[in-house]
Design a protein around this ligand. Sequence first.
Ligand SMILES: [Zn+2]
Length: 472
Amino acid sequence: MTHPSNRAEVTRRRWKDVLETHADVRNAPVSDRFWSEQDTWSRDHIRAVQDQKVASVAPFLYENSAFYRARFDRLGMAPTDLASVDDLIAKWPVITKQEMMDDVTANPPYGTYTACGDAEWADRGWMLFSSSGTTGVPRVFRYTHFDRQFWEQANARALHSGGLRKGDSALPLVGFGPHVFAWGAQYALAAMGLPVIPGGGLDSKARVDLIQRFNPSTLVCTPSYALYIASVMEDLGIDPAASSVKTLVIGGEAASGVEGTGDRLKNLWGAKIAEFYGCTEVSPHCGGYSCAESQSGGVPFMHLMEDIQIWETVDAETLVPLNEGERGLTVCTNLCSETSPHLRFLVGDYTMLDSTPCPCGRNHLKAMGCMTGRADDLINLRGIKFFPVQIEEAVRSVPGTGDEFQIRLSRTDSGLDTLTVVVEHTDPGAAAQVAAAVRSRCEVRCDVDVVAPKTLPKSEMKAKRVFDERNM
Ligand SMILES: [Zn+2]
């Protein structure tokens, strides 16, 4: 019988071998269309690799993560019970954020859900990332340099698919905080050999000056910041569409799937959008990304990278797996990390999956309509449920409204919950139009406060737009 600590080492070595066997680490694209061989894999080949990874990661997690070991034991399962994707989906209940939060609370500061212990961190630690913490205890994740090489390649595949090529240069306009988006783009750009102009720690006018002087082809930022900096340029008499910027690499917030927002960005900048979607829990790399076909006029979509992740949708109430074409919440199994692989994590964005081949040549799943609302963000007002993006679409549908807006929920003295939407507009009369647009999209009555253009606060990272004061 193998000594327990040896089993931890043996399963780790096997898992790392599997990761390396199926990786394609390169510093140049395999062809003009594809960064990597994996982009061209058939669905059968993708599934075979997924099966092999599941069979290898299950014993690894059992031996290297107390969180996973306890879960296997509680379910009365052995790691060998998960030998394929079918096993995983049939036998392994989804993991929620709450389970991870409980684990962090009981085992601060890291929790036990990752396979990065102090020894790995000291030996080859790379970076620590953290979930935003807007919905509870922040979950932190320590990654190694072994992970970094796979992270860079996955993100390079995504940016190449989004259209970045030699000759492009990028200006990141993002706070380099503990979130994966900015760092993910930065490391991918380095792996692709594309030059970067640092844009941190500057005000917006100084950043406009960088665009004017150094002519980057690409901005890396949130959608709301891309709208904001365009308005700063216009105030200075500069047309963003006449600038050097031809691609917006955007992440952190939904964009191309939000009616009005994607088009507004593309028209303002005369640029294409390369969307970069993910979440910290199943990172470090992105999950969803654009291709040449994804915003060609039909339903916008993102590809999902299936050789390194397994994506499913589940019913929002029962968490039962749904069929393709049924709208549900996203669940992701991450198979691309030594430190933080995860089995069926409930990411919780609404989308609809489609496995039909894409004209771009990729067979990897498509998330139709992109991701347009995380279950956590759902607003319940007097029993009527809607997402902030539905309000966003209503605001965008009224001509002349500013880029920012706020959703304020409050409770009257008599206990009635009310919704107020704050918009920027030169005409106070726009209130009636906004109220009507909200009513038609969300089936809810609201008050509308009209404030002067450019008076609502802006953010480099996710814009804070929902203020729920009902329980204050
Ligand atoms: Zn495609």
